[in-house]
Design a protein around this ligand. Structure first.
Ligand SMILES: Cc1cc2nc3c(=O)[nH]c(=O)nc-3n(C[C@H](O)[C@H](O)[C@H](O)COP(=O)(O)OP(=O)(O)OC[C@H]3O[C@@H](n4cnc5c(N)ncnc54)[C@H](O)[C@@H]3O)c2cc1C
Length: 301
């Protein structure tokens, strides 16, 4: 079978690329080894898919080529995606300023992308396992469903996270085999996990959340941090992880809105025990563990 474009990977990126190529009148085939499309979209945003942010702008993206984002965002804006939702009758709401979520479920986004694929006249083949890709002028893709040929090939097989959802690293190995340079990758927007010996009281504090400021490499984020049985998570920690490189320190300020000196002065005047005084400012469970674990500083120190 010969097509203008073959796209491998029916996730968010592959489906959007398929729709846009189809709309331009190209004959398009999308292949995926999974049983269904958009597995990551289905679990995104806690099942409600945070499908766009109306304040999205190039300066909010981390990229080896910052100009790519300028061009991409000017050609397809958050409002273009909102128009697609409205055309498909999907209701949505704003959570944090600018963050838009589906009222019902993330599956609505997958259904919408399917409708758009249908409208653009593209073909989707699932359970398709690729064994070989060769380039003889055009691309020849050998699979369990037969061989497919196309002038253009897009590999949209996602990053390395969540292998249980079908991620394979395919998009990193195939281009290398075809002689295409691949930029180095590193984890981003991830929780921090500690080795057993560094875990200390973190495991015992699992579930405690604190409004803190977290900084690394001259970037600072303010919001919730969450203790987990493996380390630290929460929106602020996920954000700072993108700026962390091996060996860097991350500074966590647990009282960003409070002058610590004034606080300890007030504590000394109150004659209360630290364990009883600090829960006015920080969660009681955290203070109890922290006071048991560490020597709490006094003003003279
Ligand atoms: C828990 C969670 C919550 C999230 N919440 C949000 C959110 O609310 N908002 C948001 O914008 N983003 C969110 N994200 C991120 C977002 O889901 C991903 O960035 C996005 O789905 C990635 O899309 P993708 O098309 O690049 O890759 P993927 O969704 O990973 O799609 C890749 C596709 O390629 C297929 N594939 C892989 N290897 C092969 C192969 N060898 N042969 C054939 N097919 C292959 C896979 O089966 C898959 O269908 C969340 C992610 C997670 C994990």
């Amino acid at each position: 079978m010969e097509k203008n474009v073959i796209i491998i990977g029916a996730g968010a990126a592959g489906l959007m690329c398929t729709i846009e190529s189809g709309k331009r009148g190209r004959s398009v085939l999308i292949l995926d080894h999974a049983k269904k499309t958009g597995s990551k979209i289905r679990i995104s945003g806690g099942g409600h898919c945070n499908f766009t942010n109306i304040n999205a702008s190039p300066d909010k993206y981390l990229s080896y080529n910052p100009h790519f984002c300028k061009s991409a965002l000017s050609r397809f804006t958050p409002h273009d995606f909102i128009s697609m939702l409205e055309k498909n009758g999907i209701k949505y709401h704003e959570k944090e300023p600018g963050q838009l979520f589906c009222n019902e479920s993330s599956a609505e986004i997958v259904n919408m992308l399917h409708n758009e694929c249908k409208e653009a006249g593209v073909e989707i083949r699932l359970n398709c396992h690729i064994s070989e890709i060769k380039k003889h002028g055009s691309f020849v893709i050998s699979t369990n469903l037969g061989a497919f040929q196309a002038e253009s090939l897009v590999i949209a097989t996602g990053g390395l996270s969540y292998p249980e959802l079908g991620t394979t690293g395919f998009g990193h190995t195939v281009p290398r085999k075809l002689g295409i340079r691949v930029t180095p990758v590193k984890p981003a927007l991830v929780p921090l996990t500690f080795s057993k010996k560094d875990l200390g009281i973190f495991g015992e504090l699992s579930g405690v959340s604190i409004n803190a400021s977290v900084s690394c490499n001259r970037r600072e984020f303010r919001g919730d941090i969450l203790f987990t049985h493996r380390g630290l998570s929460g929106p602020t920690v996920l954000q700072i992880s993108s700026y962390w490189n091996q060996g860097d320190s991350i500074i966590v300020n647990l009282l960003p809105a409070t002058d610590a000196y004034e606080l300890f002065l007030a504590k000394q005047q109150s004659k209360m025990e630290m364990k009883n005084f600090l829960p006015q400012y920080l969660p009681k469970r955290f203070i109890q563990k922290w006071c048991d674990f560490t020597t709490v500083p006094t003003l003279s120190e």
